[in-house]
Design a protein around this ligand. Structure first.
Ligand code: PEP
Ligand code: MG
Length: 557
């Protein structure tokens, strides 16, 4: 057997034969058109509009997040600036096919140069171009294969139009060679709980029909697996299936210690599913997701309406709302559109809000109004806090708006190390392990080439979390976790052992974490955490925790 490394989405494991997505259409030749410009323009318009309507139709059929994505793609197809570029090329005597190809390619370059979230939209643009060119040529758009049996779909990157209507009875797993953890393939795979590994560069070598194991939890694709590998993978898949169908109970350890399991949400629309999956509240509401495509700051009324809809879904339950976290992977032009060479180290998070305090005050106003109008237990927190002075600033400001629980995210090592002081002023801490890992290991969370460093199991990250856990206990203040680490079932046990009192995650991960917590007591969790802390590196910590967890179970039997 051998392994291809990528970024796993979710915790699943699946196995099956590969079916590859058709290669993209060849680039149209740059030859002079034999039609007049008017005719070429009409052809281009007709194909663009047919593709836009088709994308809208697929969106309406798919619903949910897919609908938003496909509607955005349909708007991309008819973007006036893009159509002007197409027309300009046709006016120079190019064919409609070449004009579309070349105009989209130049837009793609601009998007890629922007990097981050916008850079990852480049694949969406490619897909629209391919569909328009296929329509112009009268050939089918490249799409998902149908080998007539269930399969592991392997592609460079999947377009939203393809993922939206995937037949989940046939697609066992997804593997892409391009795309990162925030590509649409990843977002939709997460939403539909499809086992997926993205950005596995070696996937281009996988052949149709060969059997692979897709292990999302480990972020690997196993090629040429032995019978034993296949049996082990099947055993894990069966265990997950039984966790998913287990009764939904409040999050708790084996000794009955409660560990409320909360949801990470980006839109109120996700609330219903989160509640259905047993979320006991919201541990992180990412408000910036609502405004990623806005050029101007959201109004108080707009925000109040959105927050109210969210809070109404959680009567009597805790809902932690994070004020806008702008910058780096989540650009918000209305908060900071200056060019920065290192945006992850720049004017982001609370720093950007403080520089535009009116926007922060408006957000707190809207949240306080929504809080007053509903029965949820509202907590508010600030992202990217790096000093005790910032913790004090935010906590005092939130109190001015009558918000009762004001906390800080711990995502920067400096504030983890100062947690005893920071928690003397803030009401609670919520550890964002995605950024905390990025900053502790100095590894850009969006960069595939340093993905191996982006591992929250690293003992350096765990030591910082222990620091915050101890500070929470000393000050009598709650410490939650809201980064992806909380969704890893074994790491979730370690985090509780280090002092976390709540865990917040993508709702699809709740069942696995609930089942895992029930296997260990608080004493066990502390011992397992101790074992992980003494390792040299992330792999060692994971192994030490696995061994300690197994030992606990053996001694109990
Ligand atoms: C984190 O950094 O872990 C976190 C929860 O915030 P985000 O992923 O939105 O940056
Ligand atoms: Mg963060």
């Amino acid at each position: 057997m051998s392994e291809l490394r990528g970024v796993g989405i979710g915790l699943g494991v699946a196995q099956g034969p590969v079916a590859r997505m058709a290669e993209p259409l060849p680039a149209p030749a740059d030859t002079a058109s034999t039609r007049d410009a008017e005719e070429e323009r009409a052809r281009a318009r007709e194909s663009v509009s047919a593709v836009a309507r088709e994308l809208e139709k697929r969106g309406a059929q798919a619903g949910g997040a897919a609908r938003d994505v496909l509607e955005a793609q349909s708007m991309m197809a008819e973007d006036p600036a893009l159509l002007q570029e197409v027309d300009a090329r046709i006016a120079q005597g190019k064919t409609a096919e070449y004009a579309v190809f070349d105009a989209f390619a130049s837009f793609r370059e601009q998007l890629t140069a922007m990097g981050g979230y916008l850079g990852e939209r480049a694949a969406d643009l490619d897909d629209v171009a391919q569909r328009v060119i296929a329509h112009l040529q009268g050939v089918p758009a490249p799409g998902v294969p149908d080998p007539g049996h269930p399969f592991v779909l392997v592609a460079r990157d999947l377009a939203p139009a393809d993922t939206a209507l995937l037949d989940l009875d046939k697609v066992l797993a997804l593997v892409t060679s391009d795309g990162g953890p925030t590509s649409h393939t990843a977002i939709l795979a997460r939403e539909k709980a499809i086992v997926a590994v993205v950005g596995a560069a070696g996937a281009t070598e996988l052949a149709n029909g060969e059997t692979v194991i897709v292990d999302a939890a480990a972020g690997v694709v196993v090629t040429d697996p032995s019978a034993e590998d296949l049996a082990r993978a099947q055993h894990r898949a069966d265990a997950r299936a039984s966790a998913a169908s287990a009764p939904i109970t409040p999050g708790a350890l084996a000794d009955g210690t409660l560990v409320p399991l909360l949801a990470n949400l980006g839109k109120p629309e996700g609330a219903e599913e989160a509640v259905a999956l047993g979320a006991e509240g919201v541990g992180l509401f990412r408000t910036e997701f609502l405004f990623l495509s806005s050029n101007s700051a959201p109004t108080v009324d707009q925000q109040r309406e959105t927050y109210t809809r969210l809070l109404e879904a959680f009567p009597g339950k805790k809902v932690v709302v994070r004020v806008l976290d702008a910058g780096a992977d989540k650009p918000l032009a209305f908060l900071n559109d200056a060019h920065e060479d290192n945006p992850a180290l720049g004017l982001r998070g609370l720093r950007a809000l403080r520089a535009s305090e009116d926007i922060l005050r408006e957000q707190l106003t809207a949240l306080a109004q929504a809080d007053a109008a509903t029965d949820a237990d509202v907590w508010v927190m600030a992202p990217m806090v790096s000093t005790v002075e910032e913790a004090r600033y935010f906590t005092e400001l939130a109190r001015d708006y009558d918000l009762k629980m004001a906390g800080i995210m711990v995502e920067v090592p400096s504030i983890a190390l100062m947690a005893d002081k920071a928690l003397a002023v803030a009401d609670f801490a919520s550890i964002g392990t995605n950024d905390l890992t990025q900053y502790t290991l100095a590894a850009d969370r969006l960069l595939g080439s340093v993905a191996a460093f982006q591992d929250p199991w690293h003992p350096a990250v765990l030591r910082l979390i222990r620091e915050v856990g101890q500070a929470g206990r000393a000050n009598g203040k709650p410490v939650g976790i809201c980064g992806e680490a909380a969704a890893d079932p074994l790491l979730a046990v370690v985090l509780v052992g280090l002092g976390a009192s709540t865990l917040s995650m993508a709702p699809t991960a709740l069942a696995d974490v609930r089942a895992s917590l029930l296997t260990q007591t608080l004493d066990d969790a502390q011992r397992i955490a101790e074992a992980a802390l003494t390792a040299d590196d992330a792999a060692g910590a994971r192994l030490a925790a696995q061994q300690a967890a197994t030992r606990q179970k053996e001694t109990q039997q």
